[in-house]
Design a protein around this ligand. Sequence first.
Ligand code: UDX
Ligand code: ADP
Length: 465
Amino acid sequence: MKKDNFFKINKICCIGAGYVGGPTMAVIAKMCRDLEITIVDLDKNKIDLWNSEKLDELPVFEPGLCEIINECRGKNLSFSTNIKEAIESSQMIFIAVNTPTKESGIGAGEASDLGYVESCARDISLYAKDNTIVIEKSTIPVKTADIINKILNCSSSDRKFHILSNPEFLSEGSAIQDLLKPNRVLIGGDNEKAVDGLANIYNRWIDNKKIIKTNVWSAELSKLTSNAFLAQRISSINTISAICEKTGANINEVSKSIGLDKRIGKYFLQHGPGFGGSCFKKDILNLIYISKFYGLPEVAEYWEKVLDINNWQKKRISRIVVNNLFGTLKNKKIAILGFAFKAETNDTRESSAIDICKDLLEEGAYLSIYDPKVDFEKISQELLPNENLINDNMNILSAKTIAMAVDDADAVIILTEWDEFKDICWNDFSEIMRKPSWLFDCRDVIQLNSIDKGKINLWKCGYSI
Ligand code: UDX
Ligand code: ADP
């Protein structure tokens, strides 16, 4: 039997160079200059971009990230498509691949597609030369560690694999700060040495008290539960936004008042067009799936309601736009400001803008979309996934500036809270819009007193105006 040597970790590999793998490894590389870290991905295009001299073209936009890449790349951080070589030489391997919701087969629409995770486990099983710590970093359903374990530990070789769950709590847009100063780091595992091997890395910059060691299933379930609770708060406040619009209560006054109760707390009470992002919906769907699987239909229904309300909020906004534009959007130009699922990221996954834009397109509108970080190719892929009409589709236009988007539009809808949307002089912009002009502020970025009612009609989510 080989002797475990988990304390001597000097080479780390991360499979998956996306929104999780990229920033997480960049921060570990920055904080542990003696560790050699390789991030690998199947996608050569993506790896080329990570290796590009043009730091403003990194595949992930995240404040503070390009500075770290500039500092560590070519020193103790590298990006490669050579998965075999990276696995062979590493004592610790992070799995940070995507886990989309299954589109067909058992659990379609609810369960996660673990094909990518399985394929990583098979690569590790094939190439790892020695005892290896394998860490689940992707957002995964409870019991995924079991699958990885079965694949890795089924061969007769005398290598030992220890599987840990180390869920990622970073929030896009503040990922670097979240990684540098996390609320907590969760490490689930049943092998003390392996858990300590990972804890000792984080411990270089994170206080021991913040490193929580649990069993694997608790770590996996905690991740889903954290995200489900956060999403539930957003759905809750969004239901209250609709009540505010009817009653004259002010949504911000209500959020502030309830948030000052320490038992409730002030975070994640911002109303808006519904939550997006790669995690919330998927994690709740996973909770729904396992609840049904374990014969807990009431639990499944409870969490389903959080998603229903999220969809309802998006539909509610589309309906309000159509109703205010006299019930039809045919031949009307609508300017969409913001397509990312929130500010400070170029990620569009599950962005509320997708569903709202699709509704407006169905009503016959043509959309002029402006987002400072999302390119038109991504927008087209989200809105017309089955078409090859990137440039030909006359109903969607990409605007290079806010003014181009707004020019001759009947209405403007603000869907992402980018800073640059906060100081626009709408009284001036209304001059280049069609009359009557409408501004729909779904992100609460417009000051009520900055708008001249005679020039532009304002609708603000959560306000009765
Ligand atoms: C989330 C979790 O916050 C993070 O801990 C986890 O690891 C991954 O999933 P992320 O998806 O990056 O992070 O973004 P988050 O800031 O949570 O926002 C998700 C969505 O909720 C966004 O669309 C955002 O606009 C919306 N949101 C957030 C609100 O509508 N109101 C709020 O008060 C907060
Ligand atoms: P996340 O937000 O979870 O980081 P992303 O989609 O941004 O998700 O990144 C996941 C990355 O994992 C993608 O770049 C994808 O190409 C990569 N990937 C998926 N499966 C594999 C695999 N078997 N080997 C290497 N890379 C993979």
